[in-house]
Design a binder for this molecule. Structure first.
Ligand code: ACM
Length: 265
């Protein structure tokens, strides 16, 4: 089965929702694909210094500005999008990602492994790891940024049947892109890590994001890695069914051969 997947890398401006939505629209409108992954917290930016700032930037998953833009794009472009956003749920805030399908359906994942000061503003995600159907019935598992350092996240998604792991990110540490190659190999899944670029400064805080968004196949081969600074959308044609074969050799199945009785967890 031929399936076009994409990764969109750009530099959101902190707290400039209008600019960020317009920039994504401009990058995505000319591009045709079945599924595109974007970074974490795309409309708000990342570097909050208190909960009040997050409160102002957070939005509803049904009719917030991110949902509105991507529902419209998904219908017009006949594309599924996975995109990170600051979710407001009553008086709680989650670092979330939505899968938006061309028929307008939206599915939400709330980041489980919060990074650094995120623990001060966001609630730890409570959705668990679920598999959602994207355009064409492709099985997609969502995880966000720092979830990468816990192999259980990708493993759970693979055990539940993910063919593609969609991984919106705002990466600042240097290890994730290499680690996601391993996540793909050990689970024999496609992984699409969409990272942002640029530097954010807020009061006495400063963070630089590492770019290098990438698409990895179930053998751990790099289909594409963008550079550290470019703003672009890269599209690759894949066969998601390659992820159904879990055999590393004829004798070794990376899921079926797990000896859980020996792990003593
Ligand atoms: C991260 O989890 N945004 C580093």
């Amino acid at each position: 089965m031929k399936y076009k997947v994409g990764v969109c890398q750009f530099e959101p401006k902190l707290f400039d929702i209008d600019y960020n939505l317009t920039r994504m629209k401009k990058l995505l409108e000319p591009v045709n694909a079945d599924l595109i992954v974007l970074p974490e917290l795309v409309a708000s930016g990342y570097l909050f210094k208190n909960k009040e700032e997050l409160k102002k930037m957070s939005e509803s998953p049904e009719d917030g500005h991110t949902a509105k833009l991507f529902k419209k794009l998904a219908k017009e472009k006949n594309t599924s999008y996975i995109v990170g956003f600051a979710e407001k749920a009553d008086e709680k805030f989650f670092n979330s990602a939505m899968l938006v399908n061309p028929n307008g359906n939206i599915f939400i994942y709330r980041k489980i492994q919060l990074f650094f000061e995120e623990k001060k503003w966001f609630e730890p995600g409570d959705t668990g790891f679920k598999i959602f159907k994207a355009k064409g019935g492709i099985r997609v598992g969502l995880m966000i940024c720092f979830d990468w350092i816990f192999p259980e996240c990708a493993r759970t998604l693979a055990l539940k049947g993910a063919q593609i792991i969609a991984h919106p990110s705002n990466l600042v540490l240097p290890w994730c892109q290499q680690a996601m190659i391993t996540r793909s190999i050990e689970n024999r899944v496609f992984s699409i890590t969409a990272n942002r670029t640029g530097t954010e400064i807020n009061a006495d805080k400063e963070l630089t994001f590492t770019g290098m968004s990438q698409i990895i196949n179930p053998k751990g081969e790099m289909i594409k890695r963008l550079n550290e600074v470019e703003e672009s959308v890269y599209i690759a044609e894949i066969d998601p069914e390659e992820a159904n074969d879990k055999k590393a050799t004829v004798y070794n199945d990376v899921l079926a051969d797990r000896r859980t009785e020996m792990y003593e967890l």
